[in-house]
Design a protein around this ligand. Structure first.
Ligand code: NIG
Ligand code: FE
Length: 417
């Protein structure tokens, strides 16, 4: 099956020479082609270019059904890569949302047994099938919002069986949907009630029991730790990442959301693929990231929803760093996986330019989840994961019209959804 899309007003984030990420002032430059065509063959992008270069005879000469779409007035962008989510969960937490409105802090709610522990209790009471069904609905929702690749974490189980249950759900989602999915083991998300007074005991359980069990079923691509004030220390993180790496799980961690936690430094020490949140980032963290292969990843939805200080994204980009943006879709701190809204938040709250938020939600976030060779740009050989907008004036209009859907058609693995 081939699909030829013609008369595209602007084909955005095209890539002739593969790049692993875009950093610093290059983030303000976006490669686009005006009045373009795009050819999809099977699951992949087969060709693209300006309409003048379209060799229709050549395409028609080859056998196979050819479907044609006229995209006059419309833009095509590569699907969003959402490199940080917790979208497998049970129940929702709107009661805590009301507590927050009334003035309780995230840490106060956590201390009362709310927060992550509330979700952990519910996960234990929910079957694998029910978890799968509810996560599938969320995945279908974000796919229609333009997401084509997503990383999903465990971390609401907090005991071996429940963590494995979450990761098995993620594996089923990988096998049964056309999204590109990566899985992350996050046993060290919070201290479960049973280990309230024995943090070292829980870390030992993660290292000695959970990690080998996860590895035995090959359930995780990455290993995560919530390395922050009131959660896991640098020493805990060091031990857990070290153990995970022995089983081939690369680090990808929650860092510096609540304080200068040392999370960035320990992440870089273990060559983490990304360090995420980054509300507390100073010169030391920036210098450390500059000499690394670690993608700084900011989660604007969580900072917005929790009313947290904003990460110094402009300083990071001005220092020459790449930055990725992701949704953090989860029931507690970011109950939305809408990456188009994340782009708007990037522009409004972090003073990023439209070009910069496009890089941050496509190619850079693809790197942050290890799929930059398969997704994140319009490039020959990459997965045909992209969306066609409604008629819009130009790319700036997408983050500007923050509440409008503006997505007319979604393609995943070459198929229109
Ligand atoms: O990424 N920061 C840590 N964990 C999640 C919050 C999860 C929750 O509150 O359920 C986050 O924001
Ligand atoms: Fe998170």
């Amino acid at each position: 099956m081939k699909t030829l899309i013609t008369n595209i007003k602007q084909l955005v984030q095209t890539e002739k020479t593969p790049r692993k990420w875009v950093a610093g002032k290059d983030m303000a430059q976006l490669e686009t082609i005006s009045h373009a065509y795009l050819l999809v063959e099977g699951e992949k992008i087969a060709a693209f270019g300006p309409m003048e270069e379209l060799d229709r005879e050549e395409i028609e000469k080859e056998s196979g059904i050819l479907k044609e779409i006229d995209a006059t007035g419309r833009l095509i962008l590569p699907s969003f890569c959402d490199s940080h989510t917790h979208l497998v969960y049970a129940g929702s937490r709107e009661i805590e949302y009301i507590d927050k409105i009334k003035g309780l802090s995230y840490e106060e709610i956590a201390r009362r047994g709310g927060g992550i522990l509330n979700s952990a209790q519910r996960i234990r009471e929910t079957s694998e099938q029910e978890l799968y069904d509810s996560a599938l609905i969320r995945l279908e929702e974000i796919a229609m919002y333009g997401t084509g690749a997503v990383e999903i974490k465990s971390g609401y189980g907090l005991d071996t069986e429940s963590e494995l249950k979450m990761l098995r759900v993620i594996r089923r989602l990988k096998e049964s949907t056309p999204l590109l999915i990566k899985s992350t083991f996050l046993g060290a998300h919070a201290l479960p009630a049973a280990y309230k007074h024995d943090q070292t005991g829980y870390v030992n359980l993660i290292i000695n029991e959970m990690i080998p069990a996860v590895a035995a079923e090959d359930l995780a691509d990455y290993i995560d730790v919530f390395c922050d004030k009131g959660f896991f220390t640098v020493e805990d993180t060091d031990r857990i990442l070290n153990a995970g790496m022995k089983y081939g799980m690369r680090a990808k961690i929650h860092a510096n959301e609540l304080d200068y936690s040392g999370g960035v430094q320990v992440g870089v020490k273990y060559n983490a693929i990304s360090v995420d949140h980054l509300e507390y980032v100073g010169e030391e963290e920036i210098d450390c990231l500059l000499s690394s292969e670690t993608m700084p990843t900011v989660l604007p939805g969580a900072a917005f929803f929790l009313n947290m200080p904003y990460s110094p994204v402009r300083r990071m980009i001005n220092a020459g760093l790449p930055v990725a943006l992701a949704s953090d879709y989860n029931p507690g701190s970011s109950p939305s996986g809408n990456m188009k809204f994340v782009m708007s938040l990037g522009c409004i709250n972090y003073k990023m330019l439209p070009e910069e938020v496009i890089h941050a939600t496509t190619l850079n976030s693809a790197y942050a989840m290890g799929v930059e060779e398969e997704a994140g740009s319009i490039a020959v050989g990459k997965w045909a994961n992209f969306y066609i907008t409604t008629p819009v004036p130009g790319i700036e209009y997408l983050p500007y019209a923050y509440g409008s859907h503006l997505i007319d058609a979604v393609f995943l693995k070459g198929e229109q959804m």
